[in-house]
Design a protein around this ligand. Structure first.
Ligand code: HPA
Length: 276
């Protein structure tokens, strides 16, 4: 058994009766979004072989079994990143666990720097599409049929049905949300102003260091994917000061009441329309 299978087995052994319809991966500062759901139980990432101890401040390192709207979810509070240098296995683990558990939908969340004009700290952006500028692809390696075909299509990674569910949830909560293109870079250094300028010209509305690998893997594996970004800062050179991680997590936490309403509404919409 490889580490991903062992991880899926560890979760299945802990909650043998769990039948999650979907999952969430909560990024920097997003931990509190789990409160959009009713948490039934939690397990530490330390108990999941491929995940291990959380590596980044602002990431709880806990998996919650939760009920949200009419469905059961697995909520990953904290993610592993490519810049940690541990390869793709820890990043792929939540997707492998969800797939093994039979989940059909995945909401990916993150913090990012705003590039597009008018994007302000605290704004929420629905991910319409992404640009992978990490310099690596999580599907490189021997072909594993669990991740779909050898050359998976990426025309519609963020499915229109779930994007509509996010828009409908925002409307129902009386919130305005943005929609845009998320650019993933490897990090861990933030960008230079010239890089940000270039990324904007390439079509990026926001830039961050995550999400794209999980989105690609889940989409390839046939899981419906949605992405939600909290713009936590103006990307380098577009704001007044220097960038730091404490600001990123604080801004995401300050946006939390909006985030919770949106997440709860999203699952209501996604589950109401998604069954059958
Ligand atoms: N750049 C990259 N990643 C980020 C940023 C940023 O400006 N803000 C939050 N995550």
């Amino acid at each position: 058994m490889d580490l991903l299978e062992k991880s899926a087995e560890a979760v299945a052994a802990r909650w043998p009766d769990a039948k999650p319809v979907g999952g969430m991966i909560l990024g920097s500062g997003w931990n509190g979004a789990v409160e959009a759901c009713e948490v039934m139980d939690t397990m530490s990432y330390a108990e999941i072989p491929a995940l291990g101890e959380p590596g980044v401040v602002g990431h709880a390192g806990r998996l919650a079994r939760a009920r949200c709207a009419a469905g059961e979810l697995l909520v990953f509070q904290g993610r592993r990143h490519y810049y940690e240098g541990l390869g793709w296995t820890p990043i792929a683990a939540p997707v492998a666990i969800l797939k093994h558990a039979g989940a059909r939908m995945l909401l990916l969340t993150n913090a990012a720097g705003g590039i597009a004009e008018g994007f302000r700290p605290g704004d929420l952006m629905i991910v319409r599409d992404h640009i992978n500028l990490m310099g690596a692809n999580p599907l490189v390696g021997p072909h594993h049929p669990g991740w779909g075909p050898r050359f998976p299509d990426m025309t519609r990674v963020y499915g229109p049905r779930l994007r509509k569910a996010l828009h409908a949830a925002a409307q129902a909560a009386g919130m305005s949300v943005l929609e845009g293109v998320y650019m993933a870079v490897s990090g861990p250094a933030y960008e230079t102003p010239s890089e940000v300028h270039a990324y904007g010209r390439l079509g990026a509305d926001a830039v961050g260091m995550s999400t794209v690998p999980e989105a690609m893997l889940a989409h390839a594996a046939g899981i419906e994917v949605a992405g939600l970004t909290c713009i936590t800062n103006a990307a380098a050179g577009l704001g007044s000061g220097d960038l730091d991680h404490a600001e990123v997590t604080t801004v995401a936490q300050d946006a939390m009441s909006n985030i919770r309403a949106l997440v709860a509404g999203f699952w209501r919409q996604a589950l109401a329309k998604g069954e059958g």
